[in-house]
Design a protein around this ligand. Structure first.
Ligand code: MN
Length: 228
């Protein structure tokens, strides 16, 4: 039996040419102490919290995107993203970077009102985190071009006003540790994209806003939200 319809594979542009097919989007919950505090949490070194978004939630960071329905409190979360090129399970920290194809800039869009309600009720975050066009991504910068950055300024502005600023060196769990821990839960596969958590300063986005962000040496995004 042939397939009854085509199902396109989501993909992300690669800086310098080519396309990176997206298999899964895996996200770290709280990974900067100051953001954990602003969300009312204790920034101890608890094991990282993982959640996911559908692969087809990816959207280029250079286009106008619809303002999502069913929220009165859409938030931005600027994050380092890690594109997995080589799969593996139970990956040791010392070998983790061998599995990285490259790095990008992501905005983990969040319906904060739905997330707060889910948290309070002990319910899943899927509709708070995994909606259409909720994973804004820049082109992926190959590690073969830039290596594996450990320190870099990360920032986000809304309509030109700086909202988030930090350094990826301040992640509670660094990239090798995130990969190693995540690979104990699932076998990582080529095409997996990991959002590694956001620094402090998350806040609301309104229809019509321009959300810009970047990570020094990796890339930038500039997303316009459709007006109403
Ligand atoms: Mn996030």
């Amino acid at each position: 039996m042939s397939r009854i319809f085509d199902l396109p594979c989501p993909e992300i542009a690669i800086a310098g040419g080519g396309r990176f097919p997206v298999r899964r989007i895996l996200c770290v919950g709280s990974n900067y102490a100051a953001h954990t505090r602003e969300m009312g949490g204790d920034p101890g070194r608890e094991p990282p919290l993982f959640f996911s978004k559908p692969a087809d939630a990816v959207v280029s960071g250079e286009e106008t995107i619809p303002f999502p329905p069913r929220t009165a409190d859409l938030h931005h979360e600027i994050e380092l993203t890690v594109a997995i090129g080589t799969g593996g399970a139970n990956i040791p920290v010392a070998k983790a970077l061998d599995h990285v194809f490259g790095y990008g800039v992501g905005n983990d869009l969040t319906r904060r009102d739905l997330q707060a309600a889910a948290r309070a009720a002990g319910r899943p975050w899927d509709m708070a985190k995994g909606f259409d066009a909720s994973a804004v991504v820049s082109p992926i910068m190959p590690a073969s071009a830039i290596g594996h950055p450990r320190q870099a300024r990360i920032w986000l502005s809304v309509n030109g006003t700086l909202r988030q600023e930090g350094d990826i060196a301040d992640m509670i769990w660094n990239v090798p540790e995130v990969i190693a821990e995540l690979s104990t839960y699932i076998r990582l596969q080529p095409g997996d994209v990991i959002f590694t958590g956001t620094p402090a300063g998350v806040g609301p986005i309104q229809p019509g806003d321009l959300v810009e962000g970047g990570i020094e040496g990796i890339g930038t995004i500039a997303t316009r939200f459709a007006a109403g």
